[in-house]
Design a protein around this ligand. Sequence first.
Ligand code: ACO
Length: 382
Amino acid sequence: MALAEHEGVTDGLEGIVAAATRLSHVDGEAGQLILAGYAVEDLAPHASFEEVAYLFLHGRVPAPAERAAFAQDLARRRALPPAVIEVLREAAAAQTPPMDALRMAAAILSLGRPGTPLDDALTAIASFPAAVGVYWRLRRGETPVPIRCDLPHAAHYLHQLSGAEPPPERARALETYLNTVSDHGLNASTFAARVIVSTQSDLFSAITGAVGALKGPLHGGAPGPALDLVFEIGAPERAEAVIRARLDRGERLMGFGHRVYRVRDPRADVLAQAAERFYAGGGDGRLYDLARKVEATALRLLREYKPDRRLDTNVEFYTALLLHGLGLPAELFTPTFAAGRVVGWAAHCLEQLRDGRLIRPQSHYAGPVGLHYHRAPAGVAS
Ligand code: ACO
């Protein structure tokens, strides 16, 4: 019997409600996502990143003066401690994957910065773009770009990567993306963060753990492979054969399926619209059209191969398209996801510290009993 089939065990905690939250609600049957009271399609494309971060940390949209003060506070926290830059330099020399480098950086962001949990939350949110940007430039043998405090958060992220001020439509497209992925119920990385602070540990420990959880291909690591599929297909008439071959080999199609959504992930729609606007304004329109055809073929074949499953497009498929359109390399897709989701991680940690209790479930023991330990005599190989 598989371990997960033992009585009383809920495999993968599917369907278990493990926390109450005011932060976001995922309705998997209706395909709706509410972010702190607002529908994702209402909030994400229109609000600034700073407003969304404030909303999650303080429970309401800021008034104009609060928004300006909050944006300044975040901007002042952008610079990385020198030790973080040193670690990123070493990581770049070792050609470390960017998510591993971000995890290493996250762990020491607190160096020399004792603060309240809210301070830690702000510092983590403010620092992620610089951590990703500095690392990426070092990895490519380039000099990191000095921090700018006069750019909004999303524009500053792109500036950290390229050294150039992005045109407003690029900054807006990234901002829409960061807002869209800012929070999503009790997903694996958020749950990991809540478990860590539930012991009354600190936010940087929790956020470091969350980065590790996000990295896996079943969670935040899917958009790179999703884009690879589109590139491998290359032309609409090849979609059916390539996807069929993958499904025949028992492979999963990255960017499809979700633990909670049984219908299309509403974030996919928000990002598809952002990508369409962006690609129509001068991007590679052929790639966008190809992706739509790949999506349609994938959905048709998933229904054929898995008729009793309800597998639909998830956020990662259009993440890949949008971020690629913004000129980000696939290796930075998941770190960019982290730069958006760090808002949700931080807000969940504050909520858990305020209202939560130690998270400590039980396990079902399915191993042997009654064994007796005998130490093998010295010199006898075992
Ligand atoms: N392609 C093909 N088959 C799939 C896919 C997929 N993308 N997703 C699920 N299935 C199939 C499984 O093979 C399984 O079939 P079987 O029962 O016949 O063996 C069935 O659907 C159920 O799969 P589970 O793994 O039990 O579903 P779970 O809820 O655990 O998985 C997950 C959710 C991990 C997201 C899954 O759909 C998947 O692997 N998708 C691809 C990776 C991906 O896109 N991840 C990003 C998710 S969004 C996010 O985290 C931000």
